[in-house]
Design a protein around this ligand. Structure first.
Ligand code: RUQ
Ligand code: CUA
Length: 663
């Protein structure tokens, strides 16, 4: 068995991680008796950083405080969340529309904070949906998802949504090449019929709204991760690609043949001028663009085409940088000069130089060409290699003090090295098999430093066991001294891939406390109890109701029939911070609602049988929360029981002698 293959196999099986186990005995935590004090945030005190973790296969974002590791919030993004009705309420269902239909889950990997001048600005958080290619945008005054854009001509949106210095773009690259447009072809035609499409999504600087600016059709490699350039390299974006072998089966062997794969370097300013010069073709593509409206209701717009660029039509658009070997992460240092790749199967960490790359392009130092894309000579772009870094380098973050920190999956450690001479200066074990790592601001122009967080793939013996699946884990290390020190382990929700963090002070005073009730534009809002009502239109019934401590209005409804579609439009009349009310009804087969102060949310319920059905508030809102309940009477289909409810509007109708209202 060749060494190369052994390494590939060990990587696939994670067997070398045992090394990490052995080292558990030698943990450096013992050296810091003050570790507990460094992560202890006293009761009543706040954490120093907000950290945003991807939820991986849970499709959501977890918000944690650092250094304590306390979970502050689980924000629903791509996955329905019955706890608050996300993706179940009528107002939020359109958020999960895609060209494949309603897709209520995804696999979310990379959160990215928006940036101003290359520094996280706390306006928005972007995150990718890997499975059904999408990018979501969260509004950080609300901690809610405001927008989800589908990426067409893509499959496995993994190298996403990395931002440029001023959010000019968030990017997307297909991890699985597929025919673009997708069509029915033999899989063996991979090399000729499949495409590796990259996407540049424009972000409106005022609203954050996303729009696909253009796509680039590249050879069918697997585009794995990305980062944008900064300072001198601003205007470029870098995408790693493995499978330059273009295998279409048994990739663990077939995509591990070449000693070097590559980084695709994209000159997006060049792309912009080619698009402006009419060099892009317009290709049909249907994709969903879901946006939360000012009225709190999400709507879907359908995109019908994209501008597609090819390197042939736009020379100078793309270059390949040969990079050992099956590279995963690509990270740009704070100065924008160094482009670091994590070659999963490489024995060194290659560091490319942006200025050398520029010179190589000017000198035409090309080794070869792939489909019209120049492949630069490795020696012409590489600034140096970090030697003996460990095994299985994946991702690199920076502390802003001249050091880089690389995660080593196989040897299960973080390796610190100098950007001056590319020499390793420290290494510390992780427990176990670290994937991404994160320093607050560590992929920006001005890292906030202080900690590095390990996002581990395997926990083994670190927590109390919980059946066949063990806790996912993060670990916090102090990086203020020369040597890294382990401070804390804490379990996470879902599988964290990447994370981002920024000082709490950027966000904590900008939180929306309530939605102004008087500005509520939902068509079924009721701004006072007087206007609550029940209306029947055929077999659709609209219950326009309010909630306030500690009752619903109305709370007695009769005249509902089996098979009706009952729309509960619940407005929370509260105008106080942190007073949501819940709404749940017996036998509801979708979800409950959690309605924020001043907000209206709508749940549809189709009663299946006759009887009396209680509804109640699920959020313990007051001393009389248990009293916050009501009853609905459900009669047989076609029953003559009149529609009747106990609110002032019913009384008004009855007083006017109009008979049974709602007929
Ligand atoms: S991944 S462990 Cu970003 Cu999905 Cu690297
Ligand atoms: Cu409202 Cu409990």
């Amino acid at each position: 068995m060749s060494h190369r293959f052994t390494l590939a196999l060990a990587f696939a099986m994670g067997t070398l991680a045992v090394t990490g186990c052995d080292r558990a005995r030698a943990t450096r935590v013992g050296e810091v008796g003050d570790a507990a004090a460094k992560v202890y945030v006293a009761p009543g005190k706040y954490d120093e950083f907000y950290a945003f973790f991807s939820g991986g296969f849970d499709g959501q974002v977890g918000v944690y405080g650092l250094p304590s590791g306390r979970l502050l919030r689980h924000v629903p993004v791509f996955s329905q969340n019955p706890e608050n009705g996300w993706g179940y309420s009528e107002q939020t269902k359109p958020m999960l529309a895609t060209s494949y239909g309603f897709v209520p889950w995804d696999d979310a990997h990379h959160p990215q904070l928006s940036q101003t001048a290359g520094v996280p600005d706390g306006r928005w958080l972007f995150i990718n949906g890997n499975n059904t290619p999408r990018i979501a945008r969260l509004e950080l005054t609300l901690f809610e998802t405001e927008e989800i854009l589908e990426i067409p001509n893509s499959a496995g949106n993994h190298s996403s949504p990395f931002v440029t210095e001023n959010n000019e773009y968030v990017v997307a690259g297909t991890r699985f090449s597929v025919p673009a447009p997708n069509r029915d072809v033999p899989i063996d035609d991979y090399k000729t019929a499949f495409d590796g499409v990259l996407t540049f999504v424009r972000v409106d600087s005022a609203t954050g709204n996303m729009a696909i600016a253009f796509q680039i059709r590249l050879p069918a490699f697997n585009y794995d991760l990305a980062h944008a350039g900064k300072c001198p390299s601003h205007g470029w974006a870098f995408f790693t690609s493995y499978n330059s072998e273009q295998g279409n089966t048994k990739l663990e062997v077939n995509a591990s043949q070449n000693d070097k794969d590559c980084i695709a370097a994209i000159d997006w300013k060049r792309a912009e001028s080619c698009v402006a010069g009419g060099k892009a073709s317009t290709e049909p593509a249907r994709y969903a663009h879901n946006l939360m409206g000012q009225d709190g209701i999400a709507r879907t717009d359908w995109g019908s085409g994209v501008k597609m660029l090819t390197p042939a039509a736009c020379p100078g658009l793309a270059y390949y940088l040969p990079t050992p070997k099956s590279p995963h992460g690509v990270d740009v240092d704070p100065t924008g000069e160094f482009i670091v790749a994590g070659g999963k199967l490489a024995t060194v960490i290659p560091v490319h130089s942006f200025s050398k790359m520029q010179k190589a392009i000017a000198d035409k130092a090309f080794a070869s060409e792939v489909k019209g894309i120049p492949v630069l000579k490795y020696e012409a772009t590489v600034a140096g290699e970090v030697e003996n870094p460990g095994l299985g380098p994946l991702h690199t973050e920076f502390d802003g003090k001249g050091y880089a920190y690389t995660s080593m999956f196989l040897s299960s450690e973080i390796v610190k090295w100098s950007l001056q001479d590319f020499k390793v200066t420290d290494r510390v074990p992780t427990y176990y098999s670290i994937g991404h790592l994160m320093i607050p601001g560590g992929d920006s122009r001005k890292p906030f430093g202080k900690y590095v967080l390990a996002l581990d793939k395997i926990t083994k013996d670190r927590y109390l066991p919980t059946g066949p699946e063990l806790a996912q884990s993060a670990q916090l290390y102090d990086i203020t001294g020369d040597r890294m020190k382990l401070l804390l382990d804490f379990p996470t929700i879902g599988e964290p891939h990447y994370a981002q963090a920024l000082p709490a002070s950027v966000l904590q005073d900008r939180q929306l406390k309530m939605y102004p009730l008087m500005e509520n534009k939902d068509p079924y809002v009721s701004k006072s109890e007087k206007t609550t009502r029940v209306e029947r239109k055929g077999n659709v019934v609209h219950v326009v109701m309010t909630s306030v401590r500690s009752h619903f209005m109305p709370d007695k409804i009769e005249g509902i029939q089996v098979g009706d579609s009952v729309y509960f439009h619940v407005t929370n009349l509260e105008q106080d911070w942190d007073v949501p009310h819940g709404f749940a009804v017996l036998g509801a087969n979708n979800a409950e609602l959690l309605i924020m102060p001043g907000q209206t949310r709508t749940l549809v319920w189709v009663p299946q049988r006759i009887g009396i059905f209680p509804f109640y508030c699920t959020d313990f809102c007051s001393a009389l929360h248990q009293e916050m309940q009501g009853y609905i009477r459900v009669s047989p289909k076609g029953s003559s029981v009149p529609l009747k409810w106990n609110s002032p509007s019913y009384q008004a109708v009855a007083d006017a002698g109009a008979g049974a209202p709602g007929k």
